[in-house]
Design a protein around this ligand. Sequence first.
Ligand SMILES: C[S@@+](CC[C@H](N)C(=O)[O-])C[C@H]1O[C@@H](n2cnc3c(N)ncnc32)[C@H](O)[C@@H]1O
Length: 414
Amino acid sequence: MAENPAYPVGLRLTGRRVVVLGGGQVAQRRLPALIAAGADIHLVSPEATPSVEAMADAGEITWTKRPYEDGDLADAWYALIATSDRQANTDASAEAERHRVWCVRSDDADAATAWTPATGHSEGVTVAVLTTNAKGRDPRHTAAIRDAVVEGLRDGTLVAPHHRTRTPGVALVGGGPGDPDLITVRGRRLLAEADVVIADRLGPRDLLAELPPHVEVIDAAKIPYGRYMAQEAINNALIEHAKQGKSVVRLKGGDPFVFGRGMEEAQALAEAGIACTVVPGISSSISVPGAAGIPVTHRGVAHEFTVVSGHVAPDDERSLVDWPALARLRGTLVVLMGVDKIGRIAETLIAHGKPADTPVALVQEGTTAAQRRVDATLATVAETVRTEDVKPPAVIVIGEVVNVGVHSPLNASE
Ligand SMILES: C[S@@+](CC[C@H](N)C(=O)[O-])C[C@H]1O[C@@H](n2cnc3c(N)ncnc32)[C@H](O)[C@@H]1O
């Protein structure tokens, strides 16, 4: 006879008594979701794993330290039967049947009256995957389907537009340093839902190629010393598209607020009365050195790191950087936008007391397939940039951290 399919349902357990028999690995895996559901959880077990014990110590569950006894399931709405004693499990599921308590059994899915689906969450949705009947039960298969759906929703490869919650407006999304895998999950999802994307030259350009054809991609073209679109024009484009009711993503390199003019855009949007969401990104100032094997701090070597813009020379009256003070610091200096001015920067640091043999590393196009690292010292860096033809974008790291760690690239794009 064909077996009927299981009937899927979402239990609302807030404040309702749930009995868990057995405090081993199964309980440890299942308890967090029951706690999150707000259930009034009673664990009956002579022993428990340290994690389960910690849940009892924290008051998240009530623990009765003894084996299962008949009557334990009397007032429960739901039971998880997972002791190591098969006879106790059988007796408990018979009691659950008598009291009409839905129960899952870790040792015998056939004898259970309920099954735990493979679950995952993404943006206000719970994805729960069950096999249709006992014969087809294959927990790895259901978990794989769950993972595929949740991952797809998170990274935007499975596009499910939010018809109720999606609001027009602008998202300022930090795209990370360049490797398309280094954008946040939220950023990737917003990108997948966008009608218009206004992108910088830096950041995860490869992701733009994946966008569906109806998405309008605008190049903000903020190329250093080259042709560029004025910031005001970018602000206006953001405002215009948002006013047309479109979902606009302003995709920026690294983090929007690290030399990214993100706040100027947020302010312009606020003045125009346009809703704005900011999604942080992985800044090149930390991730690019890291990708080249340089930690910006290291125990016993550097207890601080300072991120500086080198886009104007130290003697330029527009400079807001206190270079003499930086020369006195012992920690790491990370210079962004500094390739063109590194000669003047190095001279100034040396003139104010930084040793000329301080190690320097330049990491060009970090986290991309073109990543390369060039090492020098403060005394030699200007010449090295010329002879090695180092070009922007590059992150320059100055300090002893350059000489710790590993010299082969870490996590570079394949
Ligand atoms: C206008 S700033 C933007 C920084 C960005 N908001 C961030 O948090 O990484 C541009 C500078 O960031 C650095 N940069 C950004 N991405 C880089 C990468 N993949 N490799 C090397 N340097 C990078 C370079 O110094 C470049 O000149």
